[in-house]
Design a protein around this ligand. Structure first.
Ligand code: TA6
Length: 304
């Protein structure tokens, strides 16, 4: 793994990209005419993206930890190779595994950084680690491309580097910053089926054309490829989340008493997770040497 000095020597771009330490973690700070942003090498975790003259688009809990092997609360955690709690299978009976997999708590390698046309392009990768091997994963390769600009574009590539099929779940677990969750309105999931995690994953269909929030909402929507649009009267803006090669969209707000120690007091009111991925019945199985590329982009416009 690169040290901060090596990262600055190899990848820093004057006035655009520089690396420092925050808590126990290495952080990259981005400032371009188009946007500002932040990324941690642990988990290749984007924690901030803010187009010029706009409010922050990603929510980051003031109480988040920035410690080794602990997930950051907010931003865009990368969920791999399982979503939520690991389900025991004959080949892997273990259930004492990190929630949402290991990718978000492992140090990624920065491989590429370039600035062009007011966009900063970064590529990072993750290969098997001691932790992933101890959890039975030693034949994968992950690559992650991030483009910071007027919009944020993300590409997560997963490759099966082994000789056996590999079944995995994945998600870009985006925490959007909203003015007030009680005013937020979500378009794009009408008549889509979801598993209601607040009710034993009961299978339901969204009957209301527009999703609004008045309590805990925790729904992996399955077999949906449509973009999701979040209208946020609180910040007078519309956030559009587009995606490719993703059949699952997870919508989450923990509401008042989440019991999450790293969630700030009224954080629940200012966050909404819209996650692009492939989970549950949409999990993907990669044949040996096969790869899969999940893409998502986030863009902003003023709310009319
Ligand atoms: O994506 C929604 C969800 O699966 C919720 O059920 C909740 O657990 C959330 O993720 C956060 O999970 P974490 O492991 O980061 O506390």
């Amino acid at each position: 793994m690169h040290t901060i000095d090596q990262l600055n020597a190899s990848f820093a771009i004057p006035g655009i990209l520089a690396f420092d330490e925050h808590g126990e973690l290495i952080r990259g700070r981005i400032t371009t005419p188009a946007c500002s942003g932040e990324l941690y090498l642990q988990g290749a975790h984007v924690t901030a993206w803010q187009p010029a003259n706009e409010e922050p688009v990603l929510f980051l809990s003031e109480k988040s930890a920035f410690t080794v092997c602990k997930a950051i609360r907010g931003g865009i955690p990368i969920i791999f190779p399982w979503f939520g709690a690991r389900t025991a299978t004959p080949d892997s009976p273990r259930t004492d595994c990190p929630s949402h997999g290991f990718a978000r708590i492992q140090p990624w390698q920065l491989d590429f950084g370039a600035y062009a046309a007011e966009e900063l392009h970064l590529s990072l990768s993750l290969e098997p680690t001691e932790l992933s091997r101890s959890l039975g994963f030693d034949n994968f390769l992950l690559a992650y491309q991030i483009t910071f600009g007027r919009e944020l574009r993300l590409r997560l590539s997963i490759a099966n580097d082994g000789t056996e099929p590999m079944r995995v779940e994945e998600a870009l677990h985006t925490y959007l910053h909203v003015g007030d969750i009680e005013q937020a309105r979500v378009h794009g999931l009408y008549e889509a089926e979801y598993l209601d995690k607040t009710n034993k994953f009961a299978r339901k269909t969204q009957t209301e054309p527009i999703l609004t929030f008045n309590g805990v909402t925790d729904r992996p929507y399955v077999n949906t490829t449509s973009p999701v649009v979040v209208d946020d009267p609180g910040l007078r803006r519309r956030i559009t989340v587009k995606k490719a090669n993703s059949n699952t969209t997870v919508v989450w707000n923990p509401w008042t008493d989440s019991g999450l120690a790293d969630m700030s007091g009224n954080g629940w009111r200012r966050m909404l997770c819209i996650e692009s991925g492939n989970a549950a019945e949409n999990a993907i199985t990669l044949r040996p040497k096969e790869a899969h590329v999940l893409e998502t982009s986030i863009s902003l416009e003023a709310l009319a």
